[in-house]
Design a binder for this molecule. Structure first.
Ligand SMILES: Cc1ncc(COP(=O)(O)O)c(C=O)c1O
Length: 391
């Protein structure tokens, strides 16, 4: 009997999914475990997709995506970051952020190579490294008073002759941490010094609450890096435009890697759906108003949750500047999965267990605060009651 490949057997199951699958078999759950808003995709984007289908965008496109969408993405970088990109050679449209991560990691790592991953982090990056038959070295981000930081000594200690890649996420899922300019410079210098690919997951770039005005993006690492640097940026339409189910994202990379990622796309997915790409163009061109309204709502939700968490016994959480997560640490918690399971079964509130996010994650839970108030408020109240009951 042939067996499954050992290399896939070693890829751990997502523990967020594991919790979610229990929750999905239950009625009346207040769902805060996935990284998505409960709001549907805005109508102007839906209408653009319908129009695109009617206009005949139902055929194969280029492996790198429609040239018009790549031009729109390049224009977005020019407007938001003052960065000039060549849409024909440095941008690859992908069928989601996770597919961008997948092809980027596949292009950078050989079997047996090692990747440094700053954690706690969304587990998919580490799992994709394992799927590429490479080795993950997770380096936890330390809690430094009122924010998370980066332990550059620990990063240096984790480098071996096989290290090829450093992956970080800013704004972070699950921490909400946003890399400062100094931290970005430190990561870039570190990658240059050790001859590593620097892979920046910037899918939450637009969900930023500490800019000079709401709607300012988190400054991309592309502002600091040159186009010859071994830097890759992964992005997505999922979070900024409530398009999680559409599966549309992109990768920006040095030309040689972007060219290879384009070729490999043929064998993975060929390209993102044609009409979704047209809808993505509309999102970039017309989305600023709705985006700002969503940011105001998210910021309000964040502050509401922070205030409530501040009053809960044994709970500590730094105020995050980006994304839509809180990652409170709970005193004495050693089994976050068990905690989330009991919380779910006893109160019908679904959170993601900290253990799902790798080294440094145990002892915390992740709350996604993108839900509507009629879900968020009772969920937070029930969590407070559950904690007060000494659970
Ligand atoms: C840090 C991070 N990167 C990438 C993604 C991928 O997003 P998508 O595959 O929906 O584009 C997510 C989704 O939760 C994420 O949290």
């Amino acid at each position: 009997m042939p067996r499954l490949a050992a290399s896939v057997e070693t890829v751990p199951r997502s523990r967020i999914r594991e919790l979610a699958e229990i929750a999905m078999s239950m009625e009346g759950v207040l769902r805060l475990y996935f990284g998505e808003s409960s709001l549907p995709t805005p109508d102007y984007i839906k209408r653009a997709a319908t129009r695109a289908i009617e206009d005949g965008f139902t055929f194969y496109t280029e492996n790198a995506g429609l040239p018009s969408l790549r031009r729109a993405i390049a224009e977005n970088y020019r407007r938001l970051h003052g960065v000039e990109l060549d849409p024909a050679g440095e941008i690859v449209v992908t069928a989601s952020g996770v597919q961008a991560l997948n092809v980027a990691i596949r292009c950078a790592l050989d079997p047996g190579d090692e990747a440094l991953v700053l954690t706690p982090a969304w587990p998919n990056g580490s799992s994709i490294v394992t799927m590429a038959n490479a080795v993950v070295r997770q380096v936890p981000q330390p809690w430094c008073g009122d924010r998370y930081g980066i332990d550059f000594d620990a990063l240096a200690a984790a480098v071996t002759p096989r290290t090829r890649l450093l992956l970080y996420t800013s704004p972070s899922n699950p921490l909400g941490w946003v890399a400062t300019a100094d931290e970005q410079r430190g990561l870039l210098d570190f990658a240059r010094r050790h001859g590593l690919w620097l892979l920046a997951d910037e899918v939450y770039e637009r969900l930023y609450y500490a800019g000079s005005s709401l709607g300012d993006p988190v400054p991309s690492i592309l502002r600091m890096a040159t186009r010859d640097d071994a830097v890759m940026v992964v992005h997505s339409f999922s979070k900024s435009y409530c398009m999680t189910g559409w599966r549309l994202g992109w990768l920006v990379a040095r030309r040689d890697l972007a060219a290879k990622a384009t070729e490999l796309n043929e064998f993975i997915i060929s390209h993102a759906p044609s009409f979704a790409q047209k809808a993505g163009e509309t999102a970039l061109a017309e989305g600023e108003g709705e985006l700002r309204a969503m940011l105001a709502r998210l910021k309000g939700n964040r502050d509401l949750c922070l205030e409530a968490l501040a009053g809960m016994p044994g709970v500590a959480v730094p105020k995050p500047d980006g994304a839509f997560y809180l990652f409170p640490r709970i005193d004495g918690l050693e089994d976050s999965f068990g905690f989330c399971r009991r919380l779910l079964e006893e109160t019908r509130v679904g959170l993601a267990p900290g253990v799902a996010f790798g080294a440094g994650g145990e002892g915390s839970v992740r709350i996604c605060y993108a839900a509507e108030r009629d879900i968020l408020e009772p969920a937070i109240e029930r969590l407070a009651k559950f904690l007060r009951s000494g659970a």
